[in-house]
Design a protein around this ligand. Structure first.
Ligand SMILES: Nc1nc2c(ncn2[C@@H]2O[C@H](COP(=O)(O)OP(=O)(O)OP(=O)(O)O)[C@@H](O)[C@H]2O)c(=O)[nH]1
Ligand SMILES: [Mg+2]
Length: 250
């Protein structure tokens, strides 16, 4: 089971679409699950969709809530429906379940309900993809903020996490730079020293070095959901985690 997490607009829904297409085109049974009760349009046809039982407008009226309050309540209500969602998922007998989560990642990642869903769903293996938008992570300080968010989501969810750089087709230079920063603290610090954030140099570099320890050496996987570049490497890593971390031997 593959959970998508990441800031609003980072590419969760399009990657859900692209990965499902990839698996299905290779004859694998894959389904897409939408856990976002507030989404209006999706780039894929969800096989399981919480919007079939949770109507945001109805929740707003019934509980006298505004759109944000209703979205929080609806996201929490998803957890109460986990048994029926699981039943629906299982009825497909899928090999891969790709789970798209609410746009505002804190609704899923920082509330008890999100943790509960990830913990209590039954699957042979689980992995969380944390999507980083290179257009947002374009300065060392922004990259650090997103990497911190990725690490804290990983700590909370307690399942293997892969950090994914999305939109590589439209941010090639940015993706290259970010990968260099992520691999080498000295390159990150060098880039940081020439930005307006350099007054926070020692704090940022200390955070960055702590983060490198926290992420346990996980690499950043650059992908494009539009051209499918990088998808094979990402899917290979998901498969490796699914096998319990073994390397392919042939
Ligand atoms: N060129 C390009 N555009 C992308 C890629 N991934 C996502 N996008 C675009 O980025 C925008 C946001 O993508 P979504 O998949 O909706 O992102 P999301 O994280 O699901 O967003 P919310 O659920 O609304 O927070 C859309 O306009 C996508 O078409 C990519 O790999 N390449
Ligand atoms: Mg989305």
């Amino acid at each position: 089971m593959i959970f998508m997490a990441g800031t609003a607009g980072s590419g969760k829904s399009l990657l859900t679409h692209s990965m499902k297409e990839w698996y299905v085109s290779r004859g694998e049974d894959a389904i897409a699950v939408n856990l976002d009760p507030g989404v209006v349009a999706l780039p894929y046809e969800p096989d399981v969709d919480v919007r079939r039982t949770l109507d945001l407008r109805d929740i707003m009226e019934r509980y006298g809530l505004g759109p944000n309050g209703a979205l929080i309540l609806a996201t929490d209500m998803v957890a109460t429906q986990l048994a029926s969602i699981q039943e629906e998922v299982d009825s497909y007998k899928p090999e891969y379940v790709i789970v798209d989560t609410p746009g505002q990642t804190e609704l899923f990642a920082f509330r008890e309900s999100g943790e509960y869903i990830v913990r209590e769903t039954k699957a042979d293996s689980k992995v969380l993809l944390f999507l980083l938008d290179p257009l947002l992570a374009h300065t060392p300080a922004n990259f650090l903020s997103l990497a911190l968010l990725s690490a804290s989501v990983g700590l909370r969810m307690k399942v293997p996490r892969i950090s994914v750089l999305t939109k590589r087709d439209i941010a090639r230079e940015g993706v290259k730079r970010i990968r260099e920063w992520s691999k080498d603290a000295a390159i990150f610090e060098d880039a940081l020293s020439s930005t307006k954030d350099s007054d926070q140099y020692s704090l940022y570099s200390e955070l960055f070095r702590t983060l490198k320890k926290l992420t346990f050496g996980t690499d950043l996987y650059p992908v494009s959901s539009t051209t499918q570049e990088g998808l094979i490497a990402l899917i290979g890593e998901i498969a490796r985690i699914g096998r319990g971390g073994e390397e392919l031997t042939d």
